[in-house]
Ligand binder design. Structure first.
Ligand SMILES: C[S@@+](CC[C@H](N)C(=O)[O-])C[C@H]1O[C@@H](n2cnc3c(N)ncnc32)[C@H](O)[C@@H]1O
Length: 277
């Protein structure tokens, strides 16, 4: 390396070329894994949007640690909630069966993967919210994750209800069977549904229209409907700073969790978390 550095200094033009070759090799070293993940995905998955994947093991532990801090619980308890959803055979079977029966099965995978939603689950289990709203439902994977958490909370004596909002009348087909007993979907424009909602919100997840303006408008709409210790999650915080802005304006804390998908080409989204101490 020392000789290489000396050659670069002594022969500026050749040195510059050598440096470019050396640096190209370093940068290109990151591509083969992504390429191999992309090729595997092309043949194994049928998804065209709202991709699903598992998280890397350490990424889950970082998420558990972050949730433990926010919810004031032990790391081991947060980790146990994550294990709980991962090992929930009834939930997995429900999602796999409903996916197979749906009209959109040709662009959906039978294998169930929750990604960052395991964080939504763990927070719902830890905080026992009475009212959870998820704006933007799509197939209803988040709806199932959240109602599964509310179902467990009820078994422990803490009742809660889930509301999803979606503009697509076909959204939410996974929210069926026993899970539908824990919530419902409000169809129509999310902001209009949120304006009409007259309850107190303990947990709000923004995942509808991902434009910055719309996301900010959602936070503005729910601001006065939040309970004292309510948590607001932004599923678009890797794309916009609107939840951070909202948190600064309303004197709330903000933390961002970056997810690391396991063996997937997608670089990962994240969870923006806005909360009060
Ligand atoms: C990213 S997907 C939601 C994913 C879902 N939260 C999950 O966990 O899989 C976004 C959803 O927002 C819905 N959407 C887009 N614009 C909307 C709006 N203005 N009002 C309500 N829903 C909207 C879309 O129909 C789509 O189903």
């Amino acid at each position: 390396m020392r000789k290489f550095k000396r050659a670069i200094v002594k022969t500026p033009i050749l040195g510059r070329v050598l440096l470019i070759i050396f640096r190209t090799k370093t940068a290109m070293g990151y591509f083969p894994r992504q390429l191999s993940n992309s090729v595997k995905w092309l043949f194994k998955s049928k998804e065209i949007t709202n991709y699903t994947y598992d998280l890397e093991e350490n990424n889950k532990r970082y998420l558990a640690s972050l949730i433990a801090d926010i919810a004031n619980i032990q790391f081991s308890v947060a980790m146990a909630y994550i294990k709980e959803i991962e090992q929930d055979g009834e939930l997995r079977k429900h999602i796999a069966d409903a996916t197979e029966k749906s009209d959109l099965a040709f662009i959906a995978d039978k294998e169930v993967r929750f990604g960052r939603r395991i964080g939504w689950y763990a927070l719902t289990r830890a905080l026992k919210p009475k009212t959870v709203i998820e704006s933007g439902v799509d197939k209803g994977l988040g709806s199932c994750v959240l109602t599964a958490a509310l179902k467990r909370n009820k078994e422990e004596g803490h009742e809660g209800r889930y509301y999803g909002t979606d503009i697509d009348p076909k959204a939410g087909y996974l929210l069926s069977g026993d899970y539908a007993n824990y919530g419902c979907i409000l169809y129509g424009d999310s902001i209009e549904s949120l304006k009409k909602f007259d309850g107190i919100i303990d947990l709000f997840i923004s995942d509808a229209d991902h434009s910055a303006v719309y996301e900010a408008e959602e936070y503005k709409t729910i601001a006065n409907k939040l309970s004292e210790r309510a948590i607001v999650l932004g599923d678009n915080s890797h794309g916009t700073d609107k939840l951070l802005e909202f948190s600064l304006e309303t004197n709330r804390h903000f933390i961002f969790f970056q997810e690391k998908p396991l063996e997937h080409w997608y670089p990962g989204g994240g969870i923006g978390i806005s909360f009060k101490r």
